[in-house]
Structures are given as C-alpha cells and as structure tokens.
Design a protein around this ligand. Structure first.
Ligand code: NI
Length: 157
C-alpha cells in the first residue's frame, strides 16, 4: 500500500473523462487500497481515481464510519435541492456553495464486481455527486449555486 500524489489546481488530467472498469483483479484492489491510504492521509471524505492521475471510474469515500468503494457508479435517483459548502482535495484552500440534490441513490460495483445500492442525503448526497462528477472531468466549481463564488479558506486551514 502506498500514498499517491494528489493532482491539484490546473492539472489537465482533472478535466478528463474516466473509463469504466472492466477487470476486477488484483491491480484494481491495489489501486483501491492506495486510494484508501491516500484519502486517510489527506483527511478527506472522498477521492476519485482521476485525482491521483488514474482515468478509471473508481471512487473511495469515508464518512467516518468505514470505506465505501464505488466502481462504475451511477446516480439512479435524486430528489430535492441543497445549497451548501463544498471543497475538494484537488482545489486546496478553497470552498464554495453548490447546488446539489438533497438526496440521491447510487448504483455501483464493489471490488469484486457485484452491484450494490447506496443512498445518501445532505453531506452524503453532496459527496456522492461531487465524486461522480470527477469521473466526467467536472469539479464542484462547475456546480456553484447562482450568485456564489469560490472563496479562500487559507485563514482557517
Ligand atoms: Ni473533489
């Protein structure tokens, strides 16, 4: 297991579309384990493979009660609306208010290729949307709520 370097700011890889995972092998498990380590080290709640330069549809999340691994995830249902702060490990010292659904249902494969269902609301829904957007080269700054701007958090962190 290893800590991988997180790509930040204007790194062009962050704007690329990730490809689906087709083979659920040892290499995928190694990637997932490294993503777990990297997420823990950086004290984030979510990390997409593209953020460490791997263009595969893989996400690791930890809301504080264990890891969730999402392979080839899709949002299958969403409802409501929320306007709350978001930040990203790839855009350090910044935050901004986005417009997101209040709750979502996500379908994704696990590390063995089996399909699983997840649901989340509030912070959990924001995180699912944020991480899945990474797989299509989108960042939260593309989903800012009307009238909102990215602001610096450098004084606080
Ligand atoms: Ni992010």
């Amino acid at each position: 297991m290893a800590i991988r370097q997180i790509r930040v700011d204007d790194d062009p890889v962050l704007r690329k579309k990730s490809r689906p995972v087709e083979v659920f092998d040892e290499r995928l498990h190694l990637l997932l384990d490294d993503m777990r380590d990297t997420l823990t080290k950086s004290q984030g709640i979510g990390l997409a493979a593209v953020q460490i330069g791997i263009l595969r549809r893989v996400v690791v999340i930890n809301f504080g009660d264990g890891f969730i691994e999402l392979i080839n995830p899709e949002i299958i249902e969403s409802s409501g609306e929320q306007r709350e702060d978001e930040a990203c490990l790839s855009l350090p010292h910044k935050a901004g208010k986005t417009l997101r659904p209040m709750s979502v249902k996500v379908r994704a494969q696990n590390r063995d290729g089996n399909w699983c269902l997840y649901s989340g609301k509030e912070l959990h829904a924001r995180c699912f949307c944020h991480e899945l957007d990474h797989l299509d080269g989108k960042l939260y700054i593309d989903s800012l709520a009307p009238g909102e701007k990215v602001y610096s958090t450098r004084d606080y962190d």
